[in-house]
Write a protein that binds this ligand. Structure first.
Ligand code: NCD
Length: 464
């Protein structure tokens, strides 16, 4: 079966560790002592393979590092740096493009402005698809680079406190990263620009699926006023499991007066305002700037600074010579990490660990509830004619649907039986009676508009 990497959830923790180990091996064999984080030379693993790069949005690091990775594995690349030079400009759908490209290349990487575009490509194509960033949704390969950088720079991920600054609402790197941090035991500390907080769907998922506990920052930092600008800390349930044996992580001195243990911040992860994703009139607030003066606070004495790049003005050049800055190494590690990912996904160096994928119930009907996220690929002019509505039924008590493309969640208010054309708002029994006869509605008005009537005492909604 082909392997698609669309979200960071498409890789298990053991697979991520295998990718890191392989990246270590590539670096060991191919870097030169003067630049231990750079790959040089060429292998032959992928000599009979071609990678197609489909970029519908600008890119420097992701595209170049994927191309460098493929070439250094001995493979070749096809692609256009600009979708305006492809048939996308004539209105060709992603679904058609991938079904053409699969005839030419062994796998594809795709970057697209719509959320869920990579999932749509993966659905239609019979070659592996890797998401190189889909709108404001996810950017799983950047997260691999981020975690790997942390691991390489000897910060134990377990119990690391990672403060994420900037546009947490639209930053796709942030969304993939927070899930991965929670999975590997790191604590997530959001410090958003005003109005650009973590989306509710993302924070809820952190808590409900990745079992992070939101703790008031005041409590987490034991009332230390130095951390008074922070609101909440998502404390990972896995905080004692690490990728690497925990080195003594830097901590602020303990407070001798109160005896309370002080906790430090291990990483400040800075992100750019995603201007291209702001709707007209959306409030931006004052955007935080991380510079030498900000980093001179005692609480950041031993804190690494990371940024997925490109930076605009949120990360000052005055930190470039500072040993705490890891952002150029982060970009360098893009090559060994993507080499390892490609080798694994193509099965050139297969994954060893095997974990069955969790069983999920797919719900797909053309009537009833629809994804209302305007940024979802299902609304894109080139795709909306052919993409069917598809959701994962992620739970039944209360019912929650997740668009399989953009992953926005929807809580239907009622459901009906297609045989009786009756609907009910009583969702309590759903988990026992769920079947493919059931249609979900956002609310009662939608049920009525679709021609369903409320259930009567004698004509209760039942599965068919
Ligand atoms: C990021 C992206 O494209 O989401 N860049 C990258 O791939 N390294 C971050 C950004 O553009 O702000």
């Amino acid at each position: 079966m082909k392997r698609d990497i669309i979200t960071i959830g498409d890789l298990t923790n053991s697979e991520i560790e295998e990718i890191f180990d392989l990246a270590d091996q590539f670096l060991k064999e191919m870097s030169v002592p003067a630049h231990p984080h750079r790959i040089r030379g060429r292998r032959t693993d992928a000599q009979s393979h071609l990678m197609a790069a489909l970029f519908y949005e600008p890119s420097t690091r992701t595209r170049f590092s994927f191309e460098a990775a493929m070439l250094r594995l001995g493979g070749n690349v096809l692609g256009s740096a600009d979708a305006a030079t492809t048939s996308a400009a004539k209105g060709e759908s992603v679904a058609d493009t991938v079904r053409v490209v699969e005839n030419y290349a062994d796998f594809a990487i795709i970057r697209h402005p719509s959320e869920g575009a990579a999932r749509a490509a993966a659905e239609y194509g019979d070659i592996p698809v890797i998401n190189a960033g889909d709108g404001g949704h996810e950017h799983p390969t950047q997260t691999l680079c981020d975690l790997y950088t942390l691991r390489k720079e000897s910060k134990a991920l377990s119990s690391a406190n990672v403060m994420i600054v900037g546009d947490l609402k639209n930053g796709r790197t942030v969304h993939s990263l927070v899930y991965a941090l929670a999975r590997f035991g790191a604590n997530v500390i959001p410090r958003p620009a005003k109005g650009l907080e973590l989306p509710v769907d993302v924070s809820r998922r952190l808590i409900e699926e990745y079992k992070a506990t939101p703790v008031p920052a005041r409590q987490f930092f034991a009332g230390n006023e130095e951390f008074g600008d922070l609101d909440v800390v998502y404390v990972s349930a896995e905080s004692n499991l690490g990728l690497v044996p925990a080195k003594q992580r830097p901590r602020l001195d303990s407070d001798v007066n109160s005896g309370a243990p002080h906790r430090g911040i291990d990483v400040v992860y800075v992100t750019r305002l995603q201007g291209e994703r702001l709707a007209g009139g959306e409030k931006r607030g004052d955007y935080p700037v991380i510079d030498k003066s900000f980093m001179s606070a005692k609480r950041f004495r031993d804190t690494s600074v990371m940024h997925p790049l490109p930076r605009v003005s949120e990360l000052s050049y005055d930190l470039d010579e500072d040993p705490r800055g890891l952002y150029f190494k982060q970009a360098a590690y893009g090559v060994p990490i993507r080499m390892a990912l490609i080798a694994k996904v193509l099965g050139l160096i297969p994954f060893v660990s095997t974990e069955p994928a969790p069983e999920m119930t797919l719900y797909s009907r053309e009537d009833g509830i629809a994804c209302s996220n305007p940024r979802c690929i299902t609304h894109h002019p080139s795709e909306r004619r052919h993409l069917r509505k598809k959701f994962w039924l992620i739970k039944t008590r209360p019912a929650m649907l997740r668009c399989i493309y953009c992953e926005h969640n929807y809580a239907p208010q009622c459901y009906g039986d297609v045989a009786t054309r009756r609907y009910t708002t009583d969702l309590a029994e759903l988990d026992t009676i769920y079947s493919d006869q059931i249609v979900f509605f956002g609310d009662e008005a939608q049920a009525r508009e679709t021609g369903f009537k409320p259930e009567t005492a004698t004509e209760k909604v039942r599965h068919g």
